[in-house]
Design a binder for this molecule. Sequence first.
Ligand code: ATP
Length: 901
Amino acid sequence: MIDDSKPLVPHALPEEVVLQAMSSSMEGLSSQEAQRRLQVYGRNRLPEAPKRSVLVRFLSQFHNVLIYVLIASAIVTAFMQHWVDTGVIVAVVLGNAIVGYLQEGRAEQAMDAIRGMLAPHAAVLRDGRRTSVDAADLVPGDVVLVEAGDRVPADMRLMEARSLKVEEAALTGESVPVDKTSDLVAIDAVLGDRNSMLFSGTLVAAGTGRGVVVATGLATEIGKISGMLEAVETLSTPLVRQMDIFARWLTLFILIVAALLLAYGLAVGHLPFAELFMTIVGLSVAAIPEGLPAVMTITLAVGVQAMARRNAIVRRLPAIETLGSVSVICTDKTGTLTRNEMVVSSLVAAEHVYAVDGDGYSPVGAVRWKEADADPRDHAVLSEFALAASLCNDAVLHAAEGDWRVEGDPMEGALLALAGKITGGGGEPFTTGWKRIDAIPFDAAHRYMAVSHIDDGGRRHVHVKGAPEAVLSLCAGQRMSDGSTGPLDAPYWENMVETLAGEGQRVLAVASSGALDADGRLTQGKLAGTLTLIGLVGLIDPPRPEAIAAVADCHLAGIRVKMITGDHAATARAIAGMIGLKNTERVLTGIDIDLLDDAALALAALDTDIFARTSPAHKLRLVTALQSQGLTVAMTGDGVNDAPALKRADAGIAMGVKGSEAAKEAAELVLADDNFASIAAAVREGRTVYDNIKKVISWTLPTNAGEATTIIVALFVGLALPVTAVQILWINLVTAITLGLALAFEPSEEGTMRRPPRRRDESLLTADLLWHVFLVSVLFAAAVFGVFFYALDKGYSIELARTMAMNTLVVMEIFHLFFIRNIYGTSLTWSAVRGTKVVWICVISVTLAQFAVTYVPFMQPLFGTESVPLFEGLLIFALGWVFFALVEIEKQMRLALRKRA
Ligand code: ATP
C-alpha cells in the first residue's frame, strides 16, 4: 500500500525510490490492485463546471422579448377581467417555457453523450501487459506509456524518456516544448523546471516515455488550479446565431408595426380598446418566430446524434454546417481507405524473394521460397528479418480466444507475427535476454525507427526499420545469403521496391549494425553509413469495401476525394486504383510539392488526387492551396503534427482509434472507426441538417406571415376578424410545439448525395424563400377569408364561421408541412405522403387538439367555437388539398424553368 503520510517529492528522487514509494514495479500494477486503488483514490478526473440549476434553466426560458410582451398582455387582460384571454396567454407562455426547457435538456443530453464518447485513453501496464484503459481509471502507481500527440493523463515520474518533448502551456504558460528526461532534478525546482515529471493535461509534442503515476484527479498539479475546469460548449453555430439575431430584429419590427396598428385601430377604426388590444397581441404572437432559434438548435442536436450513430463524433457544432458544404475531402490512406489490418506477404533479401503465408496477426504460417518452405537454418537472413522485426517494435500481440490482437501499431503487430512465423515459436518471445538501450521513435518527418540493444552475450546491436529510401540512405552494405556483407546494390533494391509497391504493398526496409558507441546512445547523425540492409518487407493492407462505395458516393455528390499519404507513390497509386479514385495516373510526391510555389501548387492540387510521401507540413500547404481555389476542404489526420492542417481545414477530421489526442483536439469531427465511409456519412448528415434547418425556416416564416396577414387585412379593411385573438393564440400554442418541431427530425431526402455541394456563403433567406412567404401569405389569407365569408353567406353564426376559418388555417399549416418536407423533389410520391412517425405523431396531436377545441362542450364557450358540420369539415379538408396542389405546381414550374436554364 502507498504510504501517504509523508509528502513525496518525486522529481527529486530516483525513479526506483518513487516506484517503491508508490508500491509499484516496472511491470506496473495488477488489475486487482488497480481496482482497489480506484476505490481509495477515486477516478482520475477533474470536476466539470457546475451546470445551471433546473430552476435557472427554466426561468431563462422566460428571457425573451415576446414573452415579456405576453406577460404584460396577461396583466393588462387580467386588469380588464378578461379571464379567458389571461388564461390562454398564460398557457402560451408556460407551454413555450416548458417546451423550450425540455428541448434544451434534450440537446444538452445529446452533447453530453457525445462528450462521453471522446473520453481519452491511456496505454498502461497492467498485470505486466500493455493495455489501453480509460484515462479516468488510472491510479497512483500505474506505469503509463506516452507517445507524441498524447495528452498526459496524470502526474507521473518519468522512468524512461526518448527524445521526449512536452508542451506545458496548459500548466506553466510556456509555449515552447520542454525536453524531458528521467534524471532527477533539484528538490526546489519550480514546476516548469521539473524535467523528470510529466504533468496531467500537458501535451507530448515528440518522442516516447514511460512513467509511474504519482497523482491523479484533483491531486494533480492541474487539479490544484481550481480555475481549470472543463469548459462547457454552448449549443450554437453561426447559422443559429444569425437566425437568432434575425429573429430579434424581426420581433422589434413586428412590435413597432403592432403598436402602429393599435394606434391606427383606435384613432381611425374607432375600435374598442379591449378587443383591439387582444387582437394586436394575437397578431404579435402569430407573426414573431419566437421558437425558431430553439427549433434550429434541436435540429442540430438531432444531427449530432445521427452523426454519432454513423461513427462521426462532432466536437464543434459549427462543423455540422460546414460538413454539408464540403467540396473536397483530403483523406489519409492507411486505416481510413484501407483496413489497417496488416499482414506481411513478402520478404525480399539480396538473393532471394520469399512469400509469407498466414491470416491476421496469428504468428503461425509458412515462409516459402520457390513454393517450398524455407528453413531459417538454410536461410540465415530470415533470422535477421525476425530479429529486426521483433526488436524494432513497440507493439504487443495478445491471443484472446484464439484470435490474435495487436496493442499498438498494426504494422508492428504484423512484424511480430512475421517474427513468430520465421522462428516457429508461435509468438513466444525469442529475444528475452535482450535489453533495449536507446531508441529513435518513428516520426513521419524522417520515416524510420531505430533501436539499440545489448544481447544476452553483452554485444550491442542497432536495428532500423522504415521507408525504403530513408533506410537505404543510411546503409553502406547489404546482407548476403551466406551471412556475409556485400556492397549495396541500390538499383536492385529500388527496382524491388517499385515491384512490391506497384502491387499495392506497403514496403518497409530493415537494416542492422553491430557498431555502436560505448554509451550506446542513438542519434540520427550517428546512423548514416553504418547500417547493413537486411532486406524489404512487403505488407498487404486491403482497401475497405465500404470505403470504395463511399468514394463513389462522394463523386456522385460532386465531392472530390484526394488521398494524402506518407506511403510510397506506387503503393498509393495501386491502392487509389482499387479504391476508385480519379486521376490515378498522376501522383504528386512531397518532393514535387516542395518544388512548387504556392500559386503553382494551387493549380496542381486541383487536378491531382494522389499525394504520396508527404509529411504533415505538406498537408497544411495543400489545404491552403485548395482553399485558395474556393473549395471547402475536409482533411483527415492522426498525428500530433497534423494538428495545424486540421485546424486550418474547413472541417478537420481526426481518427478516433489511431489518432493522437492532439489531432482529436484540433479537429472538428472525430471518427469513432477511422473509416472513410463515416466521413461520407457525416457529409450526408451535414447536408440533411442544413436542409432541415432550411425546411424549419421555410415552414415557420410563411406560416407566421400567413396568420399575421389575415389579421392585418381584417384590421385595415375594417372587416370582422375571421379568427379571434384567443383562437390565434391557441393555434400558436398547439402548432408551435408540434408541427414546428417535426421538421427537425426529417430523414435525408432522396438524392441528398446526388446534388453538388452547396456554396458555403449560400444565404438562407433567398429570393425563393421570400417569394414563398408572399405566396403562402396570400393563399392563407384568401382561404381563411373565403371560408369565413362563405359561412356567413350560408347564414351560419359568426362563431361557427370563425371556427371554420380557424380550422382552415390549421389544415393549411399541416398541408404546408407535407409540402415543405420535399424541397428538392416532388412531394407527390408515396414515400412523401407516407411521412415519418414524428410527422404523423405531430399531425395527429394537432388534429386531436383541433377536434377538442371545436367539439368539446366546455371548451366552446372559452374559445368562442361551435361544432362544424361534417360537410363543412370535408370542405376545409379539401381546401387543404387545393392549397397543397397549388404550391406544389408552383414549385414544379420553378424547378422546370431552372432545369432548362
Ligand atoms: P497515411 O498518411 O495514409 O496514414 P502512412 O501511414 O503510410 O500513410 P506515415 O505514417 O507517414 O504514413 O508513414 C510513412 C512511411 O513511413 C510508411 O510508408 C512506412 O514506410 C514508414 N513507417 C510508418 N510507420 C512506421 C514505423 N512505425 N516504423 C518505421 N517506419 C514506419
